[in-house]
Write a protein that binds this ligand. Structure first.
Ligand SMILES: Cc1cc2nc3c(=O)[nH]c(=O)nc-3n(C[C@H](O)[C@H](O)[C@H](O)COP(=O)(O)O)c2cc1C
Length: 362
């Protein structure tokens, strides 16, 4: 049977009402990691807009795992309690509430984008960053704060932090947990030979570089119920073809290992490890071929993200089985009601929220 953008997707015991996901997008609007009214309105509107899955921004599993002081977090029960209202509202609209669990590694301790994403020194409100090695992220414009090479004890703590964060996310009412292993943050830093030059069990060979993301995925799976899916977001490639780096073939090889560790969907993004990356023209669906390659090598579901903006385009990706989920970020900033409009354009019968029925397209 041919699936379409508005076919439900069942992952384990969880039914996604359609194949549109609101991609995780940092809002940099938290204090001490707490959600604010902004988060409820931002995520809530996109649930009202009919997306099948509404995912939170990167939500830090520890204070030092935040990219900026404005990042959302889930390192205490207080955070989970505050997030539960958001998860309940999203669920109440018929969308599946999802949370992205994250640690920023050496890209932590930066100012927010509207303050130029510059490293914040430790004596000015910043914090020590940690990574597989001690080489700091090569920011262009400013001296960078030192990065500390993680010990094996630090690694074990990070695994525990992800596990505990997943337990809290479950208490908060989220139904999908996504492990953020993309965009040059901690777990991607372990995957990529550009940033991982360790010579212990967590570096060197493919098996060793992939160990941490497999262990984190397994730890999340351990506490995540059998009927609920775990996603893992990866960067399919470092876009650094001129040096030893992470690439699409390694991503394809990783996918079945993540499935073995308990993942139910690979969310295929790209880039972020190093400023020298050669990003291709970010045209329509520019990263979809990476998702297709990963999908060829695994039986679990795959999500495509990057340059998806049009209903027909998203529908085509699903109909041709190029991916199982269409993940849209910036289009959802422009249009929270993307899914309701897409249903109209694609001639699908989708229920509007009763309060908005008078706005239904005639
Ligand atoms: C404002 C903004 C914030 C983002 N924050 C995150 C994030 O928290 N986690 C993540 O994995 N990707 C993040 N991204 C990347 C998007 O999820 C997405 O992968 C990227 O924008 C490409 O998709 P698009 O072409 O539909 O925008 C962010 C993107 C934007 C525009």
């Amino acid at each position: 049977m041919t699936e379409s953008l508005f076919s439900p997707l069942t992952l384990r015991g969880t039914e996604l009402p359609n194949r549109v996901m609101v991609s995780p997008m940092c809002q940099y609007s938290s204090e001490d990691g707490m959600p604010s009214d902004w988060h409820l309105v931002h995520l809530g509107s996109r649930a009202v807009g009919g997306a099948g899955v509404v995912m939170t921004e990167a939500t830090a599993v520890s204070p030092e795992g935040r990219i900026t002081p404005g990042d959302l977090g889930i390192w205490s029960d207080e955070h989970a309690d505050a997030l539960s209202d958001i998860a309940a509202f999203v669920r109440g609209q018929g969308s599946v509430p999802a949370i992205q669990l994250a640690h920023a590694g050496r890209k932590a301790s930066k100012t927010v984008p509207w303050e130029d994403s510059q490293p914040i020194p430790t004596d000015d409100g910043g914090w020590e960053t940690v990574a597989p090695g001690s080489e700091a992220y090569p920011y262009e414009s400013k001296e960078t704060a030192a990065t500390r090479e993680m010990t094996v004890e630090d690694i074990e703590t990070v695994i525990d932090d992800f596990r505990a964060a997943a337990e809290r996310a479950l208490d908060a009412g989220f139904e999908i947990a996504e492990v953020h292993a993309a965009h040059g943050y901690l777990l991607h830093e372990f995957l990529s030979p550009v940033t991982n030059r360790r010579d212990d069990d967590y570096g060197g060979s493919f098996e060793n570089r992939t160990r941490l993301v497999r262990e984190v995925t397994a730890a999340v799976r351990e506490v995540w119920p059998d009927d609920k899916p775990v996603f893992v977001r990866i960067s399919a490639t470092d876009w650094l073809p001129d040096r030893e780096s992470w690439d699409v073939e390694q991503s394809a090889r990783l996918a079945p290992l993540l499935a073995d560790a308990g993942a139910d969907l690979i969310d295929v993004s790209a880039g972020g490890i190093h400023p020298d990356q050669q990003v291709p023209e970010p045209g329509p669906g520019y990263q979809v071929p990476y998702a297709e390659r990963v999908k060829e090598n695994t039986d679990i579901a795959v999500g495509a993200v990057g340059g998806i903006t049009e209903p027909e385009q998203a529908d085509e990706i699903i109909r041709n089985d190029r991916a199982d989920l269409a993940i849209l970020a910036r289009e959802h900033l422009r249009n929270p009601y993307f899914s309701l409009e897409a249903a109209h354009e694609l001639d699908e019968d989708v229920e509007w929220p009763v309060q908005y029925r008078r706005g239904t397209f005639e």
